[in-house]
Design a protein around this ligand. Structure first.
Ligand SMILES: [Zn+2]
Length: 186
């Protein structure tokens, strides 16, 4: 019989880093968590140097967190943004998160690659907060971010997804640079 389900997991230390009871009010706090998740993922050998989190924009409540799990889960889809989005959707029991008229924020340590960029459009997020740029990722690591529309920010904004980037960019770059010197490839 062919498999009928998939099973993806996050590492248990996520709970030590992401505080479910905390109110993450500012862009810096939200991207700061994503960067800390990326840093811990490298330090603990969990995967690539990427972290992401979904927040309720109004309350600042953390809905879901994610880190890169591509190698450990044998799944090219398991980028930090995808993990956070998929877990948030399961938690909210909705495929389009903001269908309840709520507002949801995705914070990510680095600019989404082409796969995650595509996922943004259907996930029901209202704001995308980004630490490092794709140029930083490609400068400091071997990762390929893939093709994006020339006006990728405009395409999201036309779909009512606000984009703010360069949030704690230097901190995000520091994690990417540290990963780049490990010699590990995920
Ligand atoms: Zn991605």
């Amino acid at each position: 019989m062919l498999p009928l389900q998939i099973h993806l997991t996050l590492p248990p230390w996520i709970d030590e880093v992401a505080d479910i009871g905390r109110r993450y009010a500012s862009d810096d706090e939200r991207v700061g968590l994503a960067i800390e998740l990326s840093r811990q993922n490298v330090e603990r050998g969990g995967g690539g140097p990427f972290g992401a989190a979904v927040f309720d924009a109004v309350s600042g409540r953390l809905v879901a967190a994610g880190v890169n799990r591509v190698v450990s889960q044998n799944c090219s889809v398991a980028h930090a943004e995808m993990m956070a989005i998929m877990i948030a959707q399961q938690r909210l029991s909705r495929s389009r998160m903001n269908e309840d008229d709520g507002h949801y924020v995705l914070a990510t340590s680095s600019q989404p690659c082409c796969q995650c960029y595509g996922a943004m459009v259907w996930a029901g997020i209202d704001e995308l907060l980004i630490g490092a740029r794709a140029d930083d990722v490609e400068e400091l690591t071997e990762f390929d971010e893939g093709p994006l529309p020339a006006d990728w920010i405009g395409e999201l904004e036309r779909r009512n997804i606000a984009v703010r980037r360069d949030i704690l960019r230097d901190q995000a770059r520091t994690v990417l640079a540290a990963y780049g010197t490990t010699g590990i490839t995920y």
